[in-house]
Design a protein around this ligand. Structure first.
Ligand code: KG4
Ligand code: ZN
Length: 327
């Protein structure tokens, strides 16, 4: 088979287009990150959707050029339809539907979280099912049982802030730029774990980060001469303790010793180090995609779309954009 799929991703502040052959060969993956939000310390939804508009066509053209292909060679268009910022989703989704219709080829709607799962499958196609997928990004913190390709069970999610969001908010409190995750990581590498921030205690496989964020806020407010490096290190280590405690519970209780970690926070090298030590000690297989596939990208959407198309056929052109949706 030679199925050439164009993937489109605009669920948040990245405009991305990618051409993937047969769900596995990435011919191009173009990602443009919006910088407009940095002055606000977070993504402003209306600005995000407006910023996608002038970019969606040129980014798609670049993706086709880099892939050395043309619109007429495409067999399938896949786009993220949920979850995400509604206006932002609508730009990519409407464009993808219109393109598929004008080319007379099928269109497939993809859940963004499924995309993050496929970011790992793209790199490790031989991974054995079932496995546990931890998705940690600026908008999501999800623990998912992946029974097979396109067969999922949501085990847990965040009750408040997402994992990456807590990094971004703590970074903002410390006067660091947005998005703050990588700045926290750099600062933390120069600090020590000297402050005892509370480890969240949340039932079952759910998560919560807002109490921890507030603890950092109070610490900053109350200390005369706060050492930012130590705050970053102490905060980051508790977040990772928390993630590891959830991985430990899920692996022990479900008896599945394979875990994938994706989403923007999975770029963090200290997390990779801690997961490596933990999984080796506990005889668990772990899989991280390379950094460019951890953050939002259209290659993962094309890969997921390709699989959905093979299994379930095309989506209706009436499929809506949805801000909230479970996998
Ligand atoms: O997956 P992503 O690009 O977008 C969403 O779907 O949200 O993730 C972006 C998130 C941001 O919160 C950012 O601060 C976080 O990933 N992030 C990091 C690191 N690099 C990006 N968090 C911790 N350490 C990092 N090195
Ligand atoms: Zn994402």
């Amino acid at each position: 088979m030679n199925l050439l799929c164009l993937g489109i991703e605009t669920s948040c502040d990245e405009t991305s287009a990618s051409v993937v052959r047969d769900g596995k060969e990435i011919l191009s993956n173009i990602v443009s990150s919006q910088s407009i939000h940095s002055i606000y310390g977070g993504v402003v939804p209306e600005l995000a959707s407006r910023a996608h508009l002038p970019l969606i066509v040129p980014i798609t053209k670049t993706a086709l050029e880099v892939a050395k292909t043309d619109y007429k060679d495409l067999n399938l268009v896949a786009a993220t339809n949920a979850p995400g910022l509604i206006g932002a989703l609508l730009v990519g989704l409407s464009f993808a539907k219109a393109l598929a219709m004008s080319l007379g080829i099928p269109f497939v709607a993809v859940n963004h979280l499924e995309g993050h799962i496929f970011s790992v499958l793209l790199e490790y196609p031989a991974i054995e099912f079932p496995f546990i997928s931890l998705i940690i990004s600026g908008g999501h913190t999800e623990l998912i049982l992946v029974k097979d390709r396109c067969v999922y069970e949501l085990l847990g999610t965040t009750l408040d802030d997402a994992c990456g969001e807590s990094f971004d908010k703590v970074a903002k409190m410390m006067g660091l730029p947005y998005p703050g995750g990588s700045f926290i990581e750099k600062l933390a590498a120069k600090g020590s774990r000297t402050i005892k921030f509370p480890l969240p205690h949340i039932e079952r496989y759910d998560f919560s980060f807002s109490g921890l964020k507030t603890a950092v806020l109070y610490y900053l407010r109350d200390s005369k001469n706060p050492k930012l490096e130590d705050i970053a290190c102490s905060f980051q280590e508790v977040v990772f303790d928390f993630l590891l405690s959830k991985i430990q519970s899920v692996v022990d209780e479900m008896g599945i010793r394979r875990i994938t970690i994706s989403g923007g926070v999975a770029v963090n090298n200290r997390l990779r180090e801690r997961i490596k030590t933990f999984t080796e000690k506990n005889e668990i297989d772990y899989y991280f995609p390379r950094a460019e596939f951890c953050t939002d990208n259209a290659a993962m959407i094309a890969a997921a779309g390709n699989e959905r198309y093979k299994r379930f056929g095309s989506s209706l052109l009436t499929v809506p954009a949805q801000a909230r949706a479970q996998i």
